[in-house]
Design a protein around this ligand. Structure first.
Ligand code: NDP
Ligand code: 8X3
Length: 257
């Protein structure tokens, strides 16, 4: 296992769910964490907690990953002590709606495509050249089982996650000959704010997604991310698919109630 002491880790979407869990799992390793999301107050709260619990150094960026100029400026203007990013965790993402394709909302589609695909690309495009120059680095993309299996009404969200899968593969191919590692971590059902966001704040509908099952927790996913980034430098974990025991496929779930 490699040490993360003084490594600089940038986590997008650190204000909630899997991103927050990733921040917590790395907080006690001596790594320095750059936490990015739109909700700065959430990041500040998390940073204060991590400082108190683990004395973690953090640098916060209020960032909408859909805004290419903002991503460029955020990376270009990192303070010198924070600029040499070792690990990029492209986690920011969302689903919006669960509609038949021919009835889908254009606004929902654009938000998913702009966040899950273009946002991830912007971060990658602005961070990876530094990794190439320094001859070190690791990119972890949070994909989904939705990138492996398309489910009814999942159409565009599944399309964005299939794109993430292809982009992870493409990045790995293009970085051959460098020591930079690329990993896609692809979970099934994880209980976070994901379904609240998908159903535009309809919490009753969101709760039903997890009813009667034991879903993955954000910590379960963060554990896998931690495993992937702490392997020996010659080992690249390309892809990890993880699901709750109660889930067999994107559509087949064992509900006890
Ligand atoms: P949450 O809704 O709990 O967290 C999503 C995070 O993404 C938030 O921190 C949010 O921050 C951030 N985010 C969303 N849009 C933007 C944006 N435009 N700019 C910057 N940050 C943004 O959901 P999860 O933790 O579940 O989701 C994290 C990732 O995991 C996503 O990529 C999701 O697709 C993926 N995933 C989730 C699964 C699940 O079942 N929950 C399963 C498989 C994959 P803020 O709103 O503050 O900007
Ligand atoms: C989230 C998992 O199955 O809701 O990516 O699409 S699923």
């Amino acid at each position: 296992m490699i040490s993360l002491q003084n490594q600089i880790i940038l986590i997008t979407g650190a204000s909630s769910g899997i991103g927050t869990a990733c921040a917590r799992v790395f907080a006690n390793t001596g790594a320095k964490l750059i936490l990015a999301a739109r909700r700065l107050e959430r990041l500040q709260e998390l940073a204060d907690t991590l400082k108190k619990e683990f004395n973690t150094e953090t640098h916060l960026i209020q960032l909408d990953v859909r805004d290419r100029a903002a991503v460029e400026s955020a990376i270009a203007n990192l303070p010198p002590d924070w600029a040499d990013i070792d690990i990029l965790i492209n986690n920011a993402g969302l689903s919006r709606g669960l509609d038949k394709l021919h009835e889908g909302s254009f606004a929902d589609w654009e938000e998913m495509i702009d966040t899950n695909i273009k946002g991830l690309l912007y971060l990658t495009r602005y961070v990876v050249p530094g990794m190439v120059k320094r001859d070190r680095g690791h990119v972890v993309n949070i994909g989904s089982i939705a990138g492996h299996q398309t489910y009814p009404n999942g159409n565009v969200y599944c399309g964005t996650k299939a794109a993430v899968r292809a982009i992870s593969e493409g990045l790995k191919l293009d970085l051959l000959g460098t020591p930079i590692r690329v990993t896609s971590v692809d979970p099934g059902m994880v209980e976070t704010e994901f379904s609240d966001v998908r159903f535009h704040g309809d919490t009753e509908r969101a709760k039903k997604v997890y009813q009667g099952v034991t879903p993955l927790t954000p910590d379960d996913v963060a554990d896998v991310v931690f495993f992937c980034v702490t392997r020996s430098p010659h080992v690249n974990i390309n892809e990890v698919v993880l699901m709750p025991v109660d889930q067999a496929s994107a559509t087949l779930v064992n509900r006890r109630t």
